[in-house]
Design a binder for this molecule. Structure first.
Ligand code: IDC
Length: 464
């Protein structure tokens, strides 16, 4: 290598490091502290401890297994809509580790940088940097599903604009850190007749385009009829999994966010079916690890006197299982008394303090100031709250609507920019059903097809 090359290398390195700088964000890009030296065999990179860089990139230059610089492999970070990748001419790393500027990164089967994830026994952080290793490569719970590739969300859709959500303080935020509000509807029991036919592509498109919804919640009952935990005598696990997968794909095709809700109800204590829950969340989080639009709700409504301590114990078991596959997904946990006691969380939050939110449910005719006060207390104490289910009627999902109480709840939702899903996308003859019992449409609902609750919710979502 002729004289002056080192200067050129430095100049080129500057250009190459610009994208890397954003990527590493806060990391010291000069972590590979050492120096370039040259001898008869060419250029090498010598670390401060005297060892030589081998089989790795430094400043965009490839040092081969002998530690010699190989010009033809000059490489650089690239960013596309789907994420970061690394390019060297026409080559790019695929399903492999690559050491760049002293840090190890893993690239997936499409060549994208993997973040917040265990790769076997190695963990890569939010910047994709390998940060820890555990002794065993065996997962906490072995998933039975296959992993889906990163989807492409339609341009301009919520998931395309906001990406992987994060929680900052009490606020749900986009990947970039702007405050966002998810708003939408909850399905009815996914295999129950009054709701199952409303789980289709056109229905979700109606909710997105006509209502302005950006969120669907998929209610996977555990013990009620056709539940996940009451045996294949009623509805098989395969059928349930297929229904969930279909629903997630309809939402994903539209770039909507989607909550997979482990809908405990009759089984008031989430620990009752903890082994099923562990497998379920291992399966789902593995399958959807690459989906920025999937959120996990780990227990709908603990009840029957189960304490926050017991729920926390459950959450502290399930969350690490999800994190192992999907390190940054937003996880929602239910709270005591049918997800009302969010005020109890602050004193003893779950162990994982990142991207976890706590669930509050209300039915406006029944739940008034005393529950609204719990919400205020929780938020004032710094607890991030997500309203994954509510209606404006009574707590049994029926009875009369209380518009006054509903308006007060609406005010709170607005004040705190809270995310929410309304119960439920069914035409059952009950007040909380969003579709009139007389309507037989399964998508394309017009105002005349909507129940009073449906009209109210559509207005709320539309921002009226
Ligand atoms: C209700 C349905 C109702 C069904 C019942 C089964 O609306 O048709 O018969 O479940 O137990 C909740 C629960 C939600 C309830 C809803 C209304 O999360 O599953 O759905 N509700 O009772 N919490 C408070 C109210």
């Amino acid at each position: 290598m002729e004289c002056g090359v080192k200067k050129r290398i430095l100049l080129m390195a500057l250009c190459i490091l610009i994208p890397a700088f954003f990527l590493l964000d806060g990391n010291d890009a000069s972590a590979a502290s050492g120096e370039w030296i040259s001898d008869a065999k060419g250029w090498h990179y010598r670390y401060a401890d005297g060892s030589f860089a081998k089989s790795e990139y430094i400043d965009g230059y490839w040092l081969n297994w002998k530690g010699n610089y190989e010009k033809k492999w000059n490489g650089t970070w690239k960013k596309s809509a789907k994420g970061w990748w690394f390019r060297a001419g026409s080559w790019y790393p695929l399903e492999q580790w690559l050491k760049i500027d002293g840090k190890s990164y893993y690239f997936d089967s499409e060549g994208y940088l993997v973040t917040n994830r265990w790769i076997g026994k190695y963990y890569v952080d939010g910047q994709g940097v390998w940060t820890k290793t555990r002794s065993s490569s065996a997962p906490l719970v072995k998933p039975k599903t296959t992993q889906l590739k990163k989807p492409s969300y339609p341009q301009g859709s919520p998931a395309a604009l906001w990406g992987a959500l994060q929680v900052k303080g009490t606020q749900l935020c986009s990947a970039k850190g702007e405050a966002v509000q998810l708003k939408g509807v909850s399905t009815f029991g996914i295999i129950w007749d009054e709701g199952r036919y409303n789980i289709n592509q056109d229905a979700f498109a109606t909710l997105k385009n006509d209502w302005g919804a950006n969120l669907i919640r998929i209610a996977v009952y555990t013990e009620e009829y056709g539940g996940y935990c009451n045996g294949s005598d009623q509805v098989s696990t395969e059928t349930l999994n297929k229904t969930i997968a279909d629903a997630v794909s309809y939402a994903t095709n539209l770039g909507m966010y989607v909550i997979i809700d482990w809908h405990i109800l009759r089984d008031g204590n989430p620990n009752q079916h903890i082994s099923e829950a562990k497998q379920f969340f291992a399966d789902m989080s593995y399958q959807y690890a690459n989906y920025d639009n999937v959120l996990y709700e780990i227990c709908n409504e603990p009840n029957g006197g189960v304490t926050w301590n017991e729920i926390k114990k459950y959450a502290d078991t399930i969350i690490p299982i999800i994190r192992e596959n999907d390190g940054d997904a937003v996880i929602l946990t239910g709270t005591p008394t049918w997800s009302q006691d969010v005020d109890q969380v602050a004193a003893n939050p779950v162990s994982d303090k990142t991207n976890v939110m706590y669930v509050l449910h209300f039915y406006a005719s029944t739940h008034k100031d005393w529950i609204r006060n719990k919400l205020k207390t929780a938020i004032a104490a710094g607890t991030p709250v997500f309203i994954t289910e509510f209606s404006i009627c009574a707590a049994d999902g029926n009875g009369s609507i209380d518009y006054q109480s509903a308006a007060e709840w609406k005010q709170l939702i607005r004040n705190d920019n809270l995310s929410y899903a309304g119960w439920s996308l069914s035409n059952k003859n009950e007040t909380s059903a969003l579709i009139k019992n007389s309507s037989s449409k399964h998508s394309g609902w017009t105002e005349g097809d909507l129940s009073e609750t449906g009209v109210w919710l559509r207005n709320l979502i539309r921002g009226n």
